[in-house]
Design a protein. Structure first.
Ligand SMILES: Nc1ncnc2c1ncn2[C@@H]1O[C@H](COP(=O)(O)OP(=O)(O)O)[C@@H](O)[C@H]1O
Ligand SMILES: [Mg+2]
Length: 238
């Protein structure tokens, strides 16, 4: 693990009503690295990302971005602190143009970072540049997924949380989302990628954590995970 840890999740418990969903979840993400958070449907991947983003409140534990404690803070405060969260249900403003959707997300990063501008986003997402006048509601699912990722980057986050970006998309679109995530990684973006599909994460992420029934059960590189058949068979739907 990199010594330059940017995001540290320590011992978080999350409840929905009386049901305990996360049990002491720990994660560490190195700056500029991509961590795949893998697990079956219902394992707790989305809840973990929601807990980091402040949508689900941890009852116990710590979420630190650099030295800043975020556990229990409001989602808008967490977003301004530098966490960019792309939920699984791609939310675009359907009646607004692609460009307006991007501009809605524009803000400086926590230390005044402004690396992600419209120009930079159009460079990384050429398909959005071609569609900038289009109403977002008229885009395909894959295009809307790209738009939500791009809009989140417009907020110049330090860490990008992506919840199953490939879900429900046609294989060819999944490939272009994978290529996009690789591009972002090459640009130095720190990413936490929640996924059911380990194969999607190969060649995208370096690090892997496996969650099962709200517990982190395994931590390795993605290559180490792939080679560990006992773990992949037991915890992942392959
Ligand atoms: N809003 C909610 N209220 C109650 N239980 C929930 C809610 N959202 C998710 N759960 C439950 O929490 C567990 C983890 O869900 P989730 O984090 O969405 O898993 P994953 O993203 O890995 O599929 C599941 O058992 C799910 O049924
Ligand atoms: Mg989920």
């Amino acid at each position: 693990m990199s010594t330059d840890t940017i995001l540290t999740v320590q011992g978080i418990d999350v409840f929905y009503g009386a049901s305990k969903i996360l049990f002491g979840v720990d994660l560490e993400i190195g700056r500029g690295r991509t961590l795949a958070l893998l697990g079956r449907n219902g394992a707790g991947k989305s809840t973990t990302l929601k807990a980091i983003a402040g949508i689900a409140k941890p009852r116990k534990g710590s979420v630190r971005l650099g030295a800043t404690e975020l556990a229990g803070a409001r989602p808008d405060v967490i977003a301004r602190a530098g966490i960019g969260y792309v939920p699984e249900d791609r939310q675009v403003f359907p009646m607004h143009s692609v460009e307006d959707n991007l501009l809605i997300g524009a803000k400086r990063g926590p230390d005044g970072q402004d690396a992600w501008t419209l120009e930079k986003v159009y460079e990384a997402f050429p398909i959005l540049a071609q569609m900038k006048e289009r109403r977002a509601g008229l885009m395909s699912g894959g295009e809307q997924q790209m738009l939500t990722i791009a809009r989140t980057l417009m907020g110049n986050p330090e860490v990008l949380l992506l919840d199953e970006p490939s879900e429900g998309l046609a294989p060819i679109i999944v490939q272009s989302i994978a290529a996009l995530i690789r591009t972002l990684r090459a640009m130095g973006v720190t990413i936490v990628l929640a996924e059911q599909n380990m194969h999607f994460c190969l060649g995208i992420s370096e690090d892997a954590a496996v969650i099962d029934k709200g517990h982190i059960v395994y931590r390795d590189t993605i290559k180490g995970l792939r080679a560990n058949e006992a773990v992949t068979k037991r915890y992942l739907a392959l």
